[in-house]
Write a protein that binds this ligand. Structure first.
Ligand code: NIG
Ligand code: FE
Length: 421
């Protein structure tokens, strides 16, 4: 592991009250595997050159140290803390300019999200602000949002374009997301921009596929589409996603947020990595998704923020579906970057257990992002991305509603953030 002459970089986190990790992870966990969390009491984690080198109980440590003499080891005192894998947020819209605080106030007075959208606000309001921002300003916005996410324990994040809807701004969004270390998803098919209002959504899709996809597919890892009334229907989504798959992109869908339009069937047909939202999914959709390999990504902060029904998480899990949880962080429907808060909602509103919530914010979203082989578990060989929670019981992750649960965040074996000096 160590190249000749170079000392290895090691971080030993010792005397942790608990180390908790999803126990299995070769594929997205479902059923009993979703509840299979391994907990080591009085434990340690040894990181070496950015990877997990060893994890175990403190009583096993002397043996390990005999095996590995020599190199300097930075030590971190884990007393009073518990370690979990770094959190993976597989669904955000973290690249945007401006805000929608005015719309938030209007919604608090009774206006609905759909009404604001129909009146030219909503997504299109953020499109206006994002188009007006220069690329460095967009990069600064993503950096600020990434810092918020990091402080909440997110060590891997996905972010979508979709607030440009023109060639230049869509590509600028993808570049700044990639350059900030995020996983970029091309969401060209988010809404129809005003300049295509007359010609219509099919002509807009022609433009996306001809003029934007060739370059977008060089930067993005996946493509996403908003399947909804007033956005894109299933036929249009099929055309867009099939072309994106042809260009080498993984596929994602926003589906069943307000209306069941057949997004789940399409996700299964096209072997998408995920179908996200599902607040409106009924019995048939639950059964189909459960029988497939597509991961259902649930976004309870979005349902909460819009005051809408929660997705049928318990039914999905009990039917055997693989699920993940994400924030949907964006300025309109979920101004929330906190996966710990999402875990609290999962346990209080979705009927999931703390174990199911942990798996759904670590190894399962890592699979959605194609990173399940090396992110989302505390296991030798995995990336050394960790959250040290300020509690002796790791379940405080979900239990302490909006509390200061994150003590320290480790990314690639280095301390990236501490709550105290
Ligand atoms: O996932 N529903 C579509 N897109 C986003 C919201 C985007 C916005 O309101 O700016 C979502 O909720
Ligand atoms: Fe979204």
């Amino acid at each position: 592991m160590t190249s000749a002459g170079a000392a290895s970089e090691r971080l030993l986190i010792r005397d942790l009250a608990q180390v908790a990790t999803p126990a299995v992870g070769g594929a997205p966990a479902r059923g009993a595997a979703l509840r299979d969390v391994e907990v080591i009491s009085d434990g340690f984690v040894l990181c070496e050159n950015g990877r997990i080198a060893a994890v175990g109980a403190m009583r096993e440590l002397p043996l390990l140290e005999e095996d590995r003499p020599g190199d300097d080891v930075e030590e971190l005192d884990g007393r009073g803390l518990s370690a979990i894998p770094g959190l993976v947020d597989c669904h955000t819209h973290a690249c945007f300019a401006g805000d929608r605080v005015g719309e938030f106030a209007l919604r608090s007075a009774g206006a609905t999200y759909e009404e604001l959208h129909a009146a030219g606000g909503g997504i299109l309001a953020t499109v206006g602000a994002t188009r007006a921002a220069a690329e460095p300003a967009l990069a600064a916005a993503v950096a600020r949002h990434r810092e918020w996410m990091l402080q909440a324990g997110t060590t891997t994040f996905e972010a979508k374009s979709g607030y440009g809807l023109d060639r230049e701004t869509e590509l600028a969004q993808l570049r700044v997301i990639r350059d900030a270390g995020g996983v970029p998803t091309w969401l060209g098919a988010h809404a129809v921009p005003p300049e295509f209002a007359e010609e219509g959504s099919d002509t807009y899709l022609d433009f996306l596929l001809q003029d934007v996809l060739p370059e977008a597919s060089r930067v993005a890892e996946a493509a996403d589409v908003f399947v909804e009334r007033g956005a894109f229907d299933v036929e249009q989504a099929r055309r867009y996603l099939a072309a994106c798959a042809e260009a080498g992109l993984a596929l994602r869908l926003h589906g069943d947020q307000f209306t069941e339009m057949g997004a789940i069937q399409l996700a299964i047909e096209l072997r998408a990595h995920s179908v996200d939202h599902l607040e409106a999914t009924g019995k048939h959709g639950i059964e189909m998704l459960a029988a497939s390999d597509v991961v259902g990504v649930l976004l309870p902060a979005s349902a909460l923020f819009l005051g809408r029904a929660m997705p049928p998480a318990r039914e999905l899990v009990d039917a055997g579906a693989a699920i993940a949880l994400a924030t949907d962080f964006n300025p309109g429907s979920a101004f929330c970057e906190s996966l710990p808060l999402v875990c609290s909602l999962a346990c209080t509103q979705l009927g999931l257990s703390p174990e199911e919530a942990l798996v759904a914010v670590t190894v399962n979203p890592a699979h959605v992002l194609g990173r399940g082989a090396h992110k989302g578990r505390i296991s030798p060989g995995f990336d050394a991305d960790l959250v040290l929670l300020a509690a002796e019981d790791w379940r405080y992750l979900a239990y302490h509603l909006a509390g200061p649960v994150v003590d320290t965040v480790v990314v690639g074996g280095r301390i990236a953030w501490r709550s105290r000096a």
